[in-house]
Design a protein around this ligand. Structure first.
Ligand code: UT7
Length: 325
């Protein structure tokens, strides 16, 4: 049976020039490279320059994805930016990216699901493509988390970084089997009970400020491992696949230990997991497309590979997708 699939034509990413190492951080907060690396796997993160906005990072990642996909911005019908750190409260960062890319057709909007944002955005874009409403979509995860960190709080400021990643999706006909290229399944969940475990202590309707990120790391860690393993397995079942079919896991890069524990639960060896957490830290919605692009550009991810994407973040929100590259 012929069905419409959202096929990935290309990926792109962008990291700000400035690198902040653990050693450098240990000069301003009470921490060490040893502690950060042992607890998280992070060695360094990138920090956006003064005047460099989330939309600037997103635009650069989008341009690279369009180059790889060999299509022009004027052919894009839909732009979704997943971000929890928009340039402004409004307009959306996505409309700014649309303007930066020099296009006026179609429509653009932001999705806010914090670290799960890219999987949410991918799922939304897939629905538009599968219904035939959209042919070409640009799905971007972009963040400047450095702007919402309390740089005196060692329990959070060592964990996050800035960056952006993007994927171009195109509607193409498939056979309706797991051998099809494109997004084979997406699963999304949320549970607002745990708002207070990971949140930002500001916002337009509360304090009128952007606020700072606050997290009870240990509790988040526990929920992350169990939620990610479950949703990963659900996405595989929805695709009619098993962990044996997976070539690469492309997880949200929050903590090496979370990634390892989740891979063990799903039954996929670490040799099949794309890891970028050491170089980027946790870039929230940008982390999956950044990891994906790094796997594509270094030749590990090749056409026909089955990828399992999974993420968990504030809200809580979590989600997973299977994608045949
Ligand atoms: O992306 C959204 C999802 N977010 C996550 O998935 C993050 C989930 N959580 C985590 O990754 C981990 O819980 C952390 C990396 C945040 C923390 O690791 P942990 O092993 O859970 O450490 P902990 O919070 O239990 O802290 C252990 C000790 C504490 O000292 P005491 O109370 O044992 O004396 C902390 O005060 O480490 C201390 N500590 C630090 N020491 C040096 C906390 N942060 C630091 C630091 N440097 N930066």
């Amino acid at each position: 049976m012929s069905i419409r699939r959202a096929v990935a034509l290309g990926s792109g990413s962008y990291l700000p020039e400035r690198i902040l190492t653990n050693d450098e951080l240990s000069k301003t907060v009470d921490t060490t490279d040893e502690w950060i690396f042992a607890r998280t796997g992070i060695k360094q993160r990138h920090i956006a320059a003064d005047g460099e906005w989330t939309s600037d990072l997103a635009t650069k990642a989008a341009e690279r994805a369009l180059d790889m996909a060999k299509i022009s911005a004027t052919e894009i019908d839909l732009i979704i930016v997943a971000t929890a750190t928009p340039d402004q409260t409004f307009p959306s960062t996505a409309t700014r990216v649309q303007h930066n890319l020099g296009t006026t057709q179609g429509f653009a909007f932001d999705v806010q699901a914090v670290c799960s944002g890219f999987v949410y955005a991918l799922s939304v874009a897939t629905q538009f493509i599968e219904t035939g409403k959209v042919t070409n979509a640009l799905v971007i995860g972009a963040e400047t988390f450095s702007r919402i960190l309390d740089w005196t709080d060692r329990t959070t400021c060592v964990l996050f970084g800035d960056g952006a990643g993007a994927v171009v999706l195109q509607g193409q006909d498939g056979n309706g089997t797991k051998a099809d290229r494109g997004i084979l399944s997406t699963e999304l969940r949320s549970d607002g009970t745990h708002n207070e475990l990971l949140y930002v202590d500001g916002g337009p309707s509360t304090t009128g400020t952007a606020g700072c990120l606050r997290m009870r790391g240990k509790e988040v860690f526990r929920h992350a491992v169990s939620n990610l393993a479950t949703i990963g397995e659900e996405a595989l079942v929805s695709a009619g696949a098993t962990s044996d079919d997976v070539d690469w896991v492309v997880p949200h890069q929050a903590n090496h230990r979370i990634i390892e524990a989740t891979a063990r639960k799903v039954g996929i060896p670490m040799e099949q997991v794309i890891l970028t957490v050491s170089d980027h830290g946790n870039t929230s919605a940008a982390s999956i497309p950044l990891a994906l692009d790094s796997g594509v550009c270094d030749g590990r991810i090749t056409p026909g590979n089955l990828l399992l994407l999974e993420a968990m973040g504030g809200g809580f929100t979590w989600g997973a997708a299977t994608l045949r590259w």
